[in-house]
Design a protein around this ligand. Structure first.
Ligand code: ATP
Ligand code: MG
Length: 468
């Protein structure tokens, strides 16, 4: 067991816990020499080593040192002991931006200013070849002057490894801000993915809720991959025009950051004259809110915010199961059966799932018609009672080796479809199914104990995870 090392306590007086992330904790601290407030992010070397991230950590250090911008949390220094790495970083006094949104949507000019700062920070890093890849509420902080500060820039290797890692072993951030191309396949352009996330952030600031919000993870994935969202009626025409281009599911046609910066909405200055007091008051639609300059208060606000549906909480495979009996989220799946949909999760790679489907199709004398990556149809060769039977299959990648597969009838007789599904397809899928929606997961799918121990987020140590 290692306590806080001397060098740290000599130079920094450690204060309260500001928060906890996947790889460690963040503490408030004050320099004993200059009295400057800082935040210290402690990353466990052990965890990083286990996930083979040594080189990435080194790269992050040099990246964070290279990147300096008024809207990016600055890295002051790095210290290391045998078991931990300590990042001494700029302290963001104002807490998380989304604590404000949790209290109500922002006025357009207020959201406009945050969006400008966000885009400027991200664009600055992109111009230096650094991509964030993990833009999410916890990484958007505020300083005492209500300026946006993007945190964890340069920690993209960690964020990336987290995604590449098995979803079952390490907590995985909410997919809510993740671009469709990341959900669909592994290869993606970091700049375009960051642009998408900026669009989601802008939507949330202006709407007060998430564009793809759905209590059901599969539905959320589907909405993201199709950019299926609706503008609330208070969104101005200019914002709609811009967001339509940013939330484009096709990264090739998605508007680049440089063009966002040239757009009329982005360019128009905030209507207020940036008098701080004026727009602090405007920033939340509820009255009587104080600026978040009291540390204790911001902590309790953060705690409250996690209760709000506006701020999506982290979702991982443990949560999927623990929040549900056998994958059954919020009663949605009961309706699924009525809709003739069947969903299962699989811990196999997509290629194995597709091969299995091909095998089944061959056996059942069905034709496979590919529609798009991860989307195909199984079609009968001859007319049935109500036309040719057709089953649409869609594979969503939640993480490498964790897929959600949805099957539904798109044509033909319902009874015929149900009987094929029950008597042929479901038994044939036995080897690759981890859990069917609405059912308990199978015993043989239990990961080993040490995987459970790798979890140190309180949210994932609930009793429901122990039955894995
Ligand atoms: P992940 O591990 O996926 O990056 P995260 O961003 O929540 O998740 P951390 O970066 O470790 O994890 O941060 C944990 C929390 O600490 C944040 O949610 C934020 O509220 C707080 N925090 C982080 N950096 C600072 C900072 N420089 N100033 C003030 N608070 C901070
Ligand atoms: Mg962070």
């Amino acid at each position: 067991m290692e306590n806080k090392p001397n060098i740290l306590t000599q130079r920094y007086e450690l204060g309260r816990l500001l928060g906890q992330g996947t790889f460690g904790k963040v503490y408030y601290a004050r320099s004993t020499i200059t009295s400057q407030s800082v935040a210290i992010k402690m990353v466990s070397k052990d965890k990083v080593l286990k996930s083979g991230q040594t080189e990435q950590i080194k790269r992050e250090i040099s990246v964070m040192r290279r990147v300096r911008h008024p809207n990016i949390i600055q890295l002051y220094e790095v210290m290391a002991t045998k078991s931990k790495i300590y990042f001494v970083i700029e302290y963001a006094k104002g807490g998380e931006l989304f604590d404000k949104v949790a209290k109500g949507k922002l006025k357009e000019d207020v959201a406009h200013r945050y969006f400008q700062q966000l885009v400027n920070a991200i664009d600055f890093c992109h111009s230096r070849g650094v991509y964030h890849r993990d833009i999410k509420p916890e990484n958007l902080l505020l300083d005492e002057n209500e300026n946006l500060k993007v945190s964890d820039f340069g920690l993209s290797a960690l964020a990336e490894s987290k995604r590449q890692d098995d979803l079952l072993h390490t907590p995985c951030g909410t997919p809510a801000y993740v671009a469709p191309e990341i959900i669909k396949r592994k290869g993606y352009d970091g700049a375009k993915a960051d642009t998408w996330s900026c669009g989601v952030v802008l939507f949330v600031l202006l709407a007060g809720y998430h564009p793809f919000h759905d209590p059901n993870l599969i539905m959320m994935y589907r909405k993201i991959s199709r950019a299926d969202y609706k503008f609330p009626n208070w969104f101005s025409l200019e914002v709609r025009r811009l967001l339509t281009k940013v939330l484009d599911p096709d990264p090739d046609t998605r508007i680049p950051l440089a063009k966002i910066k040239e757009s009329s909405w982005f360019m128009k200055g905030p209507s207020s004259r940036e008098r701080k007091s004026e727009w602090v008051n405007k920033s939340v639609s509820t009255s009587g809110t104080k600026p978040c300059d009291q540390t204790n208060e911001s902590e309790s606000i953060a705690a409250e915010a996690t209760q709000e549906s506006v701020v999506p909480t982290s979702i991982n495979a443990f949560d999927i199961i623990s929040r549900s009996k056998g994958f059954d989220l919020s009663g949605f799946f009961e309706d699924c059966f009525k809709k003739k949909e069947a969903i299962f999760s699989s811990r196999q790679p997509a290629s194995v799932i597709v091969s299995k489907m091909e095998e089944i199709a061959k056996h059942l004398r069905l034709m496979i018609k590919k529609r798009a990556p991860g989307l195909f149809k199984l079609e009968g060769l001859k007319e049935g009672r109500k036309g040719i039977i057709s089953i649409e299959v869609e594979i969503f990648e939640a993480a490498p080796c964790f897929h959600l597969v949805e099957m539904k009838k798109s044509n033909g007789d319902t009874l015929e479809y149900q009987s094929i599904l029950k008597e042929e397809i479901r038994p044939a899928l036995k080897d690759i199914v981890w859990v069917w929606q609405g059912e308990q997961q199978q015993q043989q799918s239990q990961p080993s104990e040490d995987h459970i121990q790798m979890h140190d987020r309180p949210a994932t140590t609930s009793t429901s995870t122990t039955h894995f």
